[in-house]
Design a binder for this molecule. Structure first.
Ligand code: C2E
Ligand code: CA
Ligand code: CA
Ligand code: CA
Length: 279
């Protein structure tokens, strides 16, 4: 038994080693990709459910590998957060997506907004709010058309620096959304305590609407709560007309999902705008 135990350790050791080697290799490739600007931004529309007009886009980063294949963010964002590479990645996403927003405005779609994802790690940087404000300034886009999406984790942590960040960007006129709402250990008090302007109902609750009764109840509850607190709502992951109908009936104003469009490269955005908003 003792012998067997030792072997188990050995195998375990090897597995860790292999894991680590793979991880280091990936870090190296990611750093290279960031330096060589092999990142790109895709855009997914947010749609006003009643009119089916696009009100804005969420910027979602992609890694374009040497062979042209696309690596999704779930496969490198966590690593980017651990290694600090999230900083240059996020700067790129902001610069690029603000530039795009500027162009869409110049085409006449002046009502459009852009939402970018901010990871909790970035809020630990002392001057991060200033960095964001500087990027918005440089791009000359109206701050009121910029929305920052923060995951629930950030609100749960409830650190003073985070709160300060939120107030700074709000004072500057940007909007603040809670992403993936409902999946964390939600303490609803933070809706009251933080200067939040909107919340995004997580896809896991939308997925099985309208048939799943629990999800229907949860969604209904989130919608009522948001309405009472005067907070805007976005439903994530809408894939069917039945889901739209359910959400519209309960007065969730905005939605996002494959039913309207998958995230697309910038070149395809004008086509989407023509299709949804006319010209
Ligand atoms: P998220 O912020 O919750 O973004 C929504 C994700 O759901 C996107 O995946 C989007 O493609 C996907 N999605 C949208 N509608 C549907 C639908 O109808 N059905 C299904 N099955 N999926 C849908 P994506 O682009 O792979 O992004 C995954 C996550 O990576 C994001 O989740 C976000 O947390 C993170 N991420 C993406 N870009 C950035 C970034 O620039 N910075 C940071 N910090 N995180 C990012
Ligand atoms: Ca998001
Ligand atoms: Ca989300
Ligand atoms: Ca998510």
């Amino acid at each position: 038994a003792k012998e067997q135990g030792r072997n188990t350790y050995k195998i375990y050791d090897k597995a860790i080693h292999k894991d680590l080697t793979k991880k280091l290799e990936l870090v190296k490739r990611l750093r290279h990709a960031v330096n060589k600007q092999q990142l790109t931004v895709y855009y997914q529309p947010k749609v006003e459910l009643s009119s089916r007009r696009i009100t804005g886009f969420e910027a979602l980063v992609r890694w374009v590998d040497e062979d042209g294949s696309i690596i999704p963010p779930d496969q490198f964002i966590p690593l980017a957060e651990d290694t600090g590479l999230i900083i240059p990645i996020s700067e790129y996403v902001m610069r690029e997506s603000f530039l795009q927003l500027k162009q869409w405005h110049e085409l006449g779609f002046t009502e459009l907004s852009i939402a970018i994802n901010i990871s909790g790690k970035q809020l630990h940087l002392p001057d991060f709010a200033d960095d964001v404000i500087e990027k918005v300034n440089e791009a000359k886009v109206p701050p009121s058309k910029v929305e920052l999406e923060l995951t629930e984790q950030v609100f749960i942590e409830n650190i003073q620096s985070h709160t300060r960040f939120m107030h700074s960007v709000r004072e500057y006129g940007m909007s603040l959304a809670i992403d993936d709402f409902g999946v964390g250990y939600s303490s609803l008090s933070y809706l009251k305590n933080f200067p939040v302007t909107s919340l995004k109902i997580d896809r896991s609750f939308v997925k099985d609407l309208p048939d799943n009764e629990d999800d229907a109840t949860i969604t209904q509850t989130i919608i009522s709560l948001a309405r009472n607190l005067n907070i805007q709502l976005v439903a994530e992951g809408i894939e069917t007309e039945e889901q739209v109908e359910f959400l519209l009936y309960r007065e969730c104003a905005t939605g996002q999902g494959f039913l309207f469009s998958k995230p697309v490269p910038a070149q395809q955005v004008t086509q989407l705008l023509q299709q949804y908003n006319g010209l």
